[in-house]
Design a protein around this ligand. Structure first.
Ligand SMILES: [Zn+2]
Length: 445
């Protein structure tokens, strides 16, 4: 039983079914939202709550990013201005192969610190092939909500330094799932994470579908990011990629597909019908020159859509505010300025993310009974004024990560007054820099 927490006097953007915005207090008990409304500053329970004064501040559900690679945070700035294929083969795969448990841990701590300080409270994460346990240990200690998985690469086309046998890849996944799925009182969960179709055998993908079903775990992979990827899958399987993934069981509400840039009308209809989650990564798609995902068309067809920053080397920030702003702007030149209004984009970063993580009953909105994952924004800066402008517009178009004042995950204050409470940022930075130097020396660039 932890001490209750009262966020008093804020403007609350609930993201509930009627999208209410209220002047209300939010009372948190035992990691859950106990009440949303005026309490007169008092809690009902036996013990007096810790009070955070939110007068003049905005309370929002914690932002959710459904495609992140924490293992790549140390590679930031080491793989700029390359095509996806060169980016992977020349930079990312050699760096991932050089990871040790210590560098995976340092990379996760650095990334999670950035995410929490910027208002992201939950992520769907793809780690590398080895040392995924070290990433989970970091996630456990820093206090973010995370669904993470070991990257699976068993096809013969993979670099030998990362390729595993199908059996080895699956059995380590099953072990990690048994250890971490539901750990930290349910805050940590496991996902099965095939890298992308060309990296995996059909046998592995089918087995992943079965394992995920049995464990009630999410499947997290990439799809339809570049035309070259589509051609490869077509040549090897005879199918369009989305149809192929569906045929091996990588589809449905338990699946999150990052990117989906090159999806035609049939593919969109299939994604909508299967209720597969699409994760829009606008910065990554722009930086790698992958293209513009047909997100407005997907939303019109009824697809489930979330957002994500992808990894640090293809962004290079892990900033949900930057992704929201870009998601809102990116599609307007093609389809008109009415496309992707601010309120719809905020849904992707909250409710959409919750669905992609399979946690729509637990997170994504501020409602009684849900997990207490909330952020408190200070929109008092000149860039977010005047204060009577539409609040959702100010959040999506004007706000930035630096406006995040407090962050609460599972009822625990992880950021207070802009300061990380679950780790020492100077120490995290120092360790990250040391490990990044070692990785660079190991790969020779
Ligand atoms: Zn990715």
């Amino acid at each position: 039983m932890s001490k209750p927490l009262l966020l008093r006097g804020g403007r609350v953007v609930t993201m509930d079914a009627s999208r209410r915005v209220l002047d209300a207090d939010v009372l948190i008990e035992n990691g859950r939202i106990k009440s949303v409304g005026r309490t007169g500053g008092r809690a009902d329970g036996r013990s007096k709550p810790t009070i955070i004064d939110c007068t003049g501040l905005v309370i929002l559900p914690g932002l959710i990013q459904a495609h992140i690679h924490l293992c790549q945070t140390l590679f930031r700035g080491l793989a700029d201005d390359l095509s996806l294929e060169a980016w992977l083969a020349q930079r990312i795969w050699p760096l991932e192969a050089a990871h040790t448990a210590a560098s995976v841990h340092a990379s996760a701590m650095l990334g999670a610190a950035e995410l929490l300080l910027g208002g992201t409270t939950a992520i769907l994460d793809m780690e590398t092939v080895r040392h995924t346990g070290a990433a989970f240990a970091a996630l456990e200690s820093i206090g973010i909500r995370a669904t993470a998985g070991k990257c699976l690469m068993d096809a013969s086309s993979n670099p030998p330094s990362l390729r595993e046998s199908t059996d080895a890849a699956l059995s380590e996944s099953a072990d990690l799932c048994a250890r971490w799925h539901g750990a930290a009182d349910g805050r940590l969960r496991y996902c099965f994470a095939p890298r992308f179709a060309p990296s995996c055998t059909g046998a592995l993908l089918r087995a992943v579908s079965d394992l995920a079903e049995k464990a009630a775990a999410v499947i997290h992979t990439h799809a339809a990011e570049t035309p070259l990827e589509l051609d490869t899958v077509k040549r090897e399987t005879g199918h369009d990629e989305i149809a192929y993934l569906d045929s091996v069981g990588i589809s449905g509400p338990r699946t999150a597909l990052a990117h989906c840039v090159w999806v035609d009308t049939d593919g969109i209809a299939r994604l909508a019908r299967q209720e597969t989650n699409v994760v829009h990564c606008p910065s990554s798609n722009l930086k790698l020159g992958s293209g513009l995902a047909p997100i407005p068309e997907m939303l019109a067809a009824g697809c489930r859509v979330a957002i994500g920053a992808d990894g640090a080397p293809c962004n290079n920030r892990l900033d949900a505010f930057a992704e929201m702003r870009l998601a809102a702007l990116l599609h307007k030149p093609r389809l008109g300025p009415e496309t992707m209004p601010a309120a719809q984009v905020l849904e992707l970063a909250t409710l959409g993310g919750a669905r992609a993580l399979g946690l729509e009953a637990e997170i994504g909105s501020i409602e009684v009974g849900k997990c207490a994952d909330l952020i408190v924004l200070d929109l008092g800066g000149p860039h977010a004024q005047p204060e009577e402008a539409d609040l959702i517009s100010r959040i999506v178009y004007s706000a930035r990560a630096a406006d995040v004042r407090h962050v609460i995950v599972d009822g625990r204050i992880v950021v207070r007054d802009g300061e990380l409470k679950t780790g020492d940022v100077a120490e995290i930075r120092e360790t990250a820099n040391k490990e990044a130097r070692r990785l660079r020396r190991a790969v020779g660039f």
